[in-house]
Design a protein. Structure first.
Length: 96
């Protein structure tokens, strides 16, 4: 699983969320997309929906188990959930 693979999965999952609920999720799709926090395109439920779909997609496409809502991810000093880039970096560093 490469960094490009992870970015593709993340952007694909974000695209699906934005298409399913366009009034709720306002997202510009890039590595700089803010996922959570100030000026985020997702609310907390949207972030959970994204993380679940990313876990499922990575497992289906690459056979990799990537638990994104575990203690390791949640206890990071700097949140891996801030942007597509930070989440990609976290996934590659811990599961790539």
């Amino acid at each position: 699983m490469t960094r490009d693979d992870v970015v593709e999965v993340l952007l694909g999952c974000l695209s699906v969320l934005a298409q399913e609920e366009p009034d709720r999720f306002k997202l510009d799709l890039s590595e700089e997309t803010i996922l959570f926090g100030y000026d985020a395109g997702l609310d907390s439920l949207g972030l959970v929906m994204l993380l679940l779909s990313v876990e499922e997609a990575l497992h289906a496409r690459h056979g990799v188990s990537v638990p994104l809502m575990d203690e390791r991810a949640l206890s990071q000093r700097h949140s891996p959930f801030r942007t597509v880039r930070t989440l990609t970096d976290y996934i590659i560093a811990n599961f790539g």
